[in-house]
Design a protein around this ligand. Structure first.
Ligand SMILES: *[C@@H]1O[C@H](CO)[C@@H](O)[C@H](O)[C@H]1NC(C)=O
Ligand SMILES: *[C@@H]1O[C@H](CO)[C@@H](O)[C@H](O)[C@H]1NC(C)=O
Ligand SMILES: *[C@@H]1O[C@H](CO)[C@@H](O)[C@H](O)[C@H]1NC(C)=O
Ligand SMILES: *[C@@H]1O[C@H](CO)[C@@H](O)[C@H](O)[C@H]1NC(C)=O
Ligand SMILES: *[C@@H]1O[C@H](CO)[C@@H](O)[C@H](O)[C@H]1NC(C)=O
Ligand SMILES: *[C@@H]1O[C@H](CO)[C@@H](O)[C@H](O)[C@H]1NC(C)=O
Ligand SMILES: *[C@@H]1O[C@H](CO)[C@@H](O)[C@H](O)[C@H]1NC(C)=O
Length: 577
C-alpha cells in the first residue's frame, strides 16, 4: 500500500510530460522519479553521470521512503539536506568494480617486433601495458543484489574505455578487442564477446553500455565484426557456432526495431536508422536535456529527447550531422535541432551491409548454405538501397538521407566513405570516385588527422575533433583499394594519426579519447564533458596502425632502425598478410 502511494506521488511529481512510452529503465531512482529529478536539478556534481553511477546503501524501497519523508518535511529539499541524504543512502561511484589485471597479459606480443621505429615501438609497449590499468571485474555483489546498482552485471571481466566511462561500452569494444587480439589477449577478448552475447540473451539487443539507464538504446552494432576478428585470430568454429544465434537475434532487432522505409526512384527500400522510443531526459545528462528543452511544447520536448537518445545510440553524441534546421540545412543551428531519427545514416547502413555479408560467411563456414544465401540476399538488397538512396554519382560519395526533406546532406563527414570501408558498393569505379571526393573535400588539409566534419559547432563529433574509430575506418577502407593513390593516402593518414597520438603521449603521458586536428598532439574538446583519458579505442586503433604499417611509420625523431634490423622488416611484412 505504501509503495503504491509512493509511486503515485513520484509520478505526479515528475510527470509534467505525459508519456505513453516506457521510461529509460524501470528503476524509480536511476531512471525516473523525484530523487533523480531533485538531485540532478540541485547540481550537486559537475557531471550528471556521477549520481546515477552511485550504489545504494539500502534497498530501493527504504531509500524511496526516506526521500518521501524528507519531501513531506521540506517540499523541495534544500541542497544541504539533499547532500546529507546522499551521504546516508548512496556510495561514491566506482565501487562495483574490483581491480583486475588481465590474466592473459604478457609482456612481449609478436606484433611489437614489427615496429621499426624504436620510439614508436617503446610507445607501443606502453600502450600494450595500459590494458592492465583498464581491466575491470564486476563484484559478485552486483549479481547478488542488482537492485542496489545501476551497473548491469556481466559475467566476464572487461576493458573499460577509461575516465568517466566506468562500465563497458558497446562499439568502443570493437577497437579494444582488435587491440587485445594483437596483444595476444585472446581470453580477455573472448570474455568481452561473451558478455555481449549474454546481454543479447537478456535484452534482445546490446545496450549502449553496462548501465541500466542505457538499457533501451543501443550503439553501432559491431558485435558481428568482433566475432569475425576473434574467429580470424583463433579459427575457433565451436565459438562461432555458439555465437551465431545471438548474433542473428541482434540482427533481427536492428531490422525490426531500427529500420525505415525510404522511397527513391519510384521504389521503396528498407534501410536502417537510430531510433529510441524513450521520450524522457537521459538520466546521465538529465539537466542538460531539461535545459535544452526549455520553452518547447510537450510534444516537441518528447521528440527532442527521443532524438537526443537516438544521437547517443549513433555513437556520435553529439554532432551537427544530426541537426535539421527549419530550412532543411544543418549548418546554422544548435543541439536543439537534433533530429537523429529523421536521418538515414550512411555508416550504419554500410556497417549492417558488412554484418550481413559476415553472417553469410559464418553460415557458410559452418556448412549452412541456405542461411548463407539468405544473408547474401539481404546484403544484395541493402546494396541496391544504399545505391538508390545514399550514393551520389555526381559528387562521388554516399550521403545521409534526410527523411523530412527527402534530400541528402552533402556536408563532409568521414562516414560519407563508410561503404568503401565495408566494401559495400557494386562497381569499383565508385570507390575510386570516393577517393577523389575525399581529396577535394577539404578534409585532408589538416596535418593531425581527418576531422569529424568541417563545421565547428562546439559539439564533440564535429570539427576540430578527430576520433580514432573514424580514422581507422577511413584508413582501412582506403588500404583495401587497388589503386596506388588510395594506398598512399591510407598510409599518409595513418602516419598523421600516429604522429598526433604519439606527440600527445609525449606531452601528457596519456592516450585520449579524441584529438584536435588543429594542434600537434592536442586532445580534443567540446561537448558535454571534459576530454577523457585511457583510452580503450584510441589504444586499439594505434596498435592496429602500428601493426599494419609498423615497417614504415615514424615518430618523426629520425631514429628509424628498419634498415639496420632486417628481421623486423621481414616480420612486419609477414604480419601484413
Ligand atoms: C518515513 O517515515 C515513516 C513514518 O514516520 C517511518 O515509519 C519510516 O521509517 C520513515 N522511513 C525512513 C526510511 O526513514
Ligand atoms: C521491438 O519492437 C517490437 C514491436 O515491434 C517490440 O515488441 C519489442 O519489444 C522491441 N524490442 C526491443 C528489444 O525493444
Ligand atoms: C547553409 O547552407 C546553405 C545551403 O548549402 C547555404 O545557402 C547557406 O549560406 C549556409 N549558411 C551558412 C551559415 O553557412
Ligand atoms: C543563423 O541563425 C541565426 C539565429 O538562429 C539567425 O539570426 C541568422 O540569420 C542565421 N544565419 C543564416 C545565414 O541563416
Ligand atoms: C532508377 O530506375 C530506373 C528505371 O527503373 C533504373 O534504370 C535506374 O537504374 C534506377 N536508378 C537507381 C539509382 O536505382
Ligand atoms: C518525401 O517522400 C515521401 C515518400 O515518397 C512523401 O510521402 C513525402 O511527402 C515527401 N516529403 C517531402 C517534404 O517532399
Ligand atoms: C613500406 O615501405 C616500403 C618501401 O618504401 C614499401 O615497399 C611498402 O609497400 C611500404 N608498406 C606499406 C604498408 O606502406
Amino acid at each position: 500500500m505504501q509503495k503504491l502511494v509512493l509511486f503515485c506521488v513520484s509520478v505526479a511529481f515528475f510527470a509534467r510530460v505525459q508519456s505513453a512510452l516506457p521510461p529509460p529503465c524501470d528503476s524509480q531512482i536511476y531512471c525516473t522519479g523525484p530523487i533523480l529529478h531533485q538531485v540532478q536539478k540541485a547540481r550537486l556534481f559537475d557531471d550528471d553521470k556521477e549520481f546515477v553511477d552511485m550504489k545504494l546503501r539500502e534497498s530501493p524501497d527504504v531509500v524511496l521512503s526516506a526521500f518521501q519523508n524528507l519531501s513531506s518535511e521540506f517540499g523541495t529539499i534544500p541542497p544541504a539536506k539533499l547532500q546529507e541524504f546522499l551521504d546516508m543512502y548512496f556510495e561514491k561511484p566506482g565501487t562495483e568494480f574490483e581491480e583486475w589485471i588481465p590474466t592473459d597479459w604478457h609482456d612481449n606480443p609478436k606484433f611489437l617486433g614489427g615496429i621499426a621505429d624504436l620510439q614508436l615501438r617503446k610507445w607501443a609497449e606502453k600502450i600494450h601495458q595500459l590494458w592492465k590499468s583498464l581491466g575491470r571485474k564486476i563484484r559478485s555483489d552486483v549479481k547478488d543484489q542488482p537492485e542496489l546498482y545501476s551497473q548491469i552485471y556481466t559475467p566476464h571481466p572487461v576493458i573499460v574505455p577509461g575516465g568517466r566511462f566506468r562500465e563497458l561500452y558497446y562499439w568502443d569494444s570493437y577497437w579494444v578487442i582488435n587491440g587485445l587480439l594483437l596483444s595476444e589477449m585472446t581470453q580477455t577478448a573472448h570474455g568481452m564477446i561473451q558478455n555481449f552475447l549474454y546481454l543479447i540473451n537478456r535484452y534482445g539487443f546490446i545496450p549502449n553500455g553496462g548501465r541500466i539507464y542505457y538499457e533501451r538504446r543501443s550503439q553501432p552494432p559491431f558485435l558481428t565484426l568482433m566475432v569475425e576478428s576473434y574467429y580470424q585470430a583463433t579459427k575457433d568454429k565451436e565459438f562461432l557456432r555458439a555465437a551465431l544465434a545471438p548474433l542473428e537475434r541482434e540482427y533481427q532487432f536492428w531490422m525490426q526495431n531500427r529500420s525505415v522505409a525510404v522511397s527513391a526512384n519510384g521504389t521503396e527500400y528498407k534501410l536502417n536508422r537510430y531510433y529510441v522510443e524513450v521520450d524522457l531526459p537521459r538520466p546521465e545528462s538529465y539537466t542538460d536535456d531539461l535545459e535544452l528543452a526549455e520553452g518547447l511544447s510537450d510534444e516537441e520536448k518528447q521528440q527532442l529527447w527521443m532524438d537526443l537518445k537516438a544521437g547517443a545510440e549513433s555513437g556520435w553524441d553529439f554532432t551537427s550531422r544530426w541537426y535539421i534546421d527549419s530550412d532543411g540545412h544543418n549548418n546554422n543551428s544548435t543541439l536543439g535541432a537534433t533530429r537523429t531519427s529523421a536521418i538515414v545514416p550512411t555508416d550504419l547502413n554500410a556497417l549492417l551491409c558488412l554484418c550481413e555479408k559476415t553472417l553469410a560467411s559464418f553460415h557458410s563456414i559452418l556448412g549452412d548454405g541456405d542461411s548463407a544465401a539468405r544473408y547474401e540476399e539481404a546484403a544484395a538488397r541493402r546494396l541496391q538501397a544504399i545505391e538508390a538512396v545514399l550514393w551520389d554519382a555526381e559528387r562521388g560519395a554516399w550521403f545521409d538521407f534526410n527523411l523530412e526533406t527527402n534530400s541528402s546532406n552533402v556536408q563532409f563527414y568521414p562516414s560519407n566513405l563508410a561503404p568503401v570501408w565495408a566494401q559495400c558498393y557494386s562497381r569499383s569505379e565508385m570507390a575510386e570516385k570516393a577517393v577523389q571526393y575525399l581529396k577535394k573535400s577539404g578534409a585532408l588539409r589538416f596535418p593531425n588527422g581527418v576531422p569529424t566534419s568541417l563545421r565547428n559547432s562546439g559539439q564533440q563529433w564535429d570539427y576540430p575533433n578527430a576520433w580514432p574509430p573514424l580514422q581507422h575506418m577511413l584508413i582501412e577502407g582506403l588500404s583495401k583499394l587497388p589503386s596506388e593513390e588510395a594506398q598512399e593516402l591510407a598510409f599518409d593518414l595513418a602516419q598523421r594519426w600516429i604522429k598526433t597520438n604519439w606527440l600527445a603521449y609525449t606531452k601528457y603521458d596519456a592516450m585520449f579519447e579524441k584529438y584536435d586536428v588543429e594542434g600537434d598532439g592536442k586532445p580534443g574538446g567540446g561537448g558535454e564533458y571534459e576530454v577523457q583519458l585511457g583510452f580503450g579505442w584510441t589504444n586499439g586503433v594505434a596498435l592496429q596502425l602500428l601493426d599494419h604499417y609498423g615497417a614504415n611509420l615514424t615518430s618523426g625523431t629520425g631514429r628509424v632502425f628498419a634498415s639496420l634490423l632486417p628481421p623486423l622488416v621481414i616480420s612486419a611484412a609477414r604480419m601484413l598478410h
